[in-house]
Design a protein around this ligand. Structure first.
Ligand code: CP
Ligand code: NVA
Length: 319
């Protein structure tokens, strides 16, 4: 299976295989999975959302490593593990020897002797790759500078809930071509929906990634014109102008100002279009209060769906 730019750049690991007699089942990026596997995770997430109550992770522990702050990812993973019968241990960089220079590889080997799975949120995608290479338990990507797959699994779930089969939908992205946009591109290819990205030229996703999406037969387009991307779409998405680890600047602000999702831009989408944002949001920057707090916004469902989608991911990873 051809894979997206993140995977092309870091080819160390492959997902899949049963835990006892094969490699651990990592969840590193959406592009590394076949559609039926992803669909299976989401179906499981929907089952838990709709009342399934078994506790398949009884006796299992998930380590959560955070090199960057988090509200949703931390709480939704902790609650998901508990509701599935398991437990969690949270490590910030300051709490572990990672903060003093112990290698990711050594940390991966040691944690694998204690816990059943590792989720990592890190500044550098390479650290995720190292963790996956050296861990003997499943590793889950809780956001890197390059991608945010758990978020977009929840977003696809939200899109399906609101709009039905996602392959029939058009999603428009207006803003920074960042880590979240990358996972949207992976998802558009694997789930078969149309994705139109509008990003200022200096902040567009890598040409290799767009090239990969097209070679895979994805309906992914890129423009610098937000109106063109949003026109007639079913869902409008944006994200912060200043991702964690990125430096804020006047130039960046000026580049992104025309991509703000305001009532005028939202009005160019279908009248029943939804608005999504992974959060945290900065009202008045990438989105106006009128849109994010307005009737088309589904951001609270989207945040809730992190919990359900991640139950599907955890159950898949842990077998
Ligand atoms: N959307 C998201 O990942 O939020 P947190 O940074 O709060 O985890
Ligand atoms: N693009 C944002 C997403 C936060 C959940 C960031 O990386 O900070």
């Amino acid at each position: 299976m051809a894979r997206g730019i993140g995977a092309l750049a870091h080819s160390a690991t492959l997902a899949g295989g049963p835990r006892k007699d094969g490699p651990p089942r990592h969840f590193l990026d959406i592009d590394r999975h076949e559609t039926p596997e992803l669909r299976g995770m989401l179906d499981l997430g929907f089952a838990y959302k709709n009342g399934r109550r078994d506790r398949p992770l009884e006796g299992k522990t998930l380590a959560l490593i955070f090199e960057k702050p988090s509200t949703r990812t931390r709480v939704s993973f902790e609650v998901a593990m508990r509701q599935l019968g398991g437990d969690t241990i949270v490590l910030g960089t300051a709490d572990s020897q990672l903060g003093r220079g112990e290698t990711v590889a050594d940390t991966a080997r040691v944690l694998s002797r204690y816990v059943d799975a590792i989720m990592i949120r890190t500044n550098h995608a390479q650290k995720l790759e190292d963790m996956a290479q050296y861990a003997t338990v499943p590793v889950i990507n809780g956001l890197t500078d390059a991608s945010h797959p758990c978020q977009i699994m929840a977003d696809v779930m939200t899109l399906q809930e609101r709009k039905g089969p996602v392959a029939d939908t058009v999603v428009a992205w207006s803003g920074d071509g960042n880590n979240v946009a990358t996972s949207w591109i992976h998802a558009a290819v694997r789930f078969g929906f149309t994705l139109r990205l509008a990003c200022p030229e200096p902040l567009q996703p890598a040409p290799e990634l767009i090239g990969w999406a097209r070679r895979e037969g994805g309906r992914v387009s890129l423009t610098a014109d937000p109106g063109e991307a949003v026109a007639g779409s079913d869902c409008v998405v944006t994200d912060t102008w200043v991702s964690m680890g990125v430096e804020a600047s006047v130039n960046r602000h000026n580049l992104l100002a025309p991509y703000r999702v305001d009532e005028r831009l939202m009005a160019q989408a279908k009248p029943d279009a939804i608005f999504m944002h992974c959060l945290p949001a900065k009202r008045g920057e990438e989105v106006t209060a009128g849109v994010i707090d307005g009737p088309q916004s589904v951001v609270w469902d989207e945040a809730e769906n992190r919990l359900h989608a991640q139950k599907g991911i955890l159950a898949w990873c842990l077998g």
